[in-house]
Write a protein that binds this ligand. Sequence first.
Ligand code: NDP
Ligand SMILES: N[C@@H](C=O)C(=O)O
Length: 269
Amino acid sequence: MNTPDKSKQPGTAIVTGASAGIGLVYAKRLAARGYDLILVARRSDRLDILATELRERFGVRVTPIKADLSNLDQLDSLVGRIEADETLTFLVNNAGTSTLALVADTSFAAIEAMNDLNIRALVRLSRAVLTGFKARNHGVIVNIGSVLGFRSLPISTVYSATKAYVLMFTRGLQAELTGTKVVIQLVAPAATATDIWEISGVPLTALDPSTVMTVDDMVDAALAGLDMGETLTMPSVESPGSLIDSYDAAGLDLLSASQNSAPASRYAR
Ligand SMILES: NC(=O)C1=CN([C@@H]2O[C@H](COP(=O)(O)OP(=O)(O)OC[C@H]3O[C@@H](n4cnc5c(N)ncnc54)[C@H](OP(=O)(O)O)[C@@H]3O)[C@@H](O)[C@H]2O)C=CC1
Ligand SMILES: N[C@@H](C=O)C(=O)O
């Protein structure tokens, strides 16, 4: 058993979507760092197997919770549970789903699934931990966005919109929490080799392999970014600094330029 240094008492991390892909690797990495874990997903059989492995390898406490986070009752039951948990120090808002198709070809059910999971669950779970994190002036929220949150492609309109929400929500939270020791990281991966591609309707085999990162590399880079104090981590971008600065500056400039009581002169009749 690889026993972490328990004297540091990292607390409990909750990882949503821990049964596969990115969330599963976060669960392993956080267990290796000594966090007790709450693992959430619908496939409880997978969570149980992972929980057994992590308990045996790292000697941490692991609580699997079966929940469909797009179901409001099940989401709120989890919210109630984590609001009351004072051991929580880390939230990975990872569970997400994707349908990549033209809007007119996407069912209402698929649209709602993306909105409910990628946005509503992420916001409620963030809200649920925030009160405790602020009161204790301690805690980490990692929100998994996407590079598609910066730009819609014709087949990613709804998915991109959900990830743009994650971008704005996370940037806003970071501004709210300036001056505190609560850390909020936005992770914006590009294509990563997980099942989500098959689920989205665009199989991984349709992608150029030179653009696809392994899930281990993605999560390790994201955690390295967190350790370095990055607030926005884009694992596959070599030099994001000036691009992110330009993006943020353009948003601020547009907001500043809008602060007028009169319509712009081009609209004068
Ligand atoms: N892979 C990629 O290329 C990229 C992924 N992302 C984002 O990364 C995150 C993780 O995706 P990834 O690991 O790739 O995808 P996977 O499909 O491999 O994993 C998704 C995870 O979310 C869980 N999940 C899905 N629906 C629900 C639900 N309704 N309730 C609870 N849990 C659910 C799944 O578990 P279960 O089915 O057991 O419920 C699974 O554990 C997502 O937010 C995604 O948008 C961002 C950019 C790129
Ligand atoms: N998950 C991917 C698309 O479905 C992505 O965010 O690139």
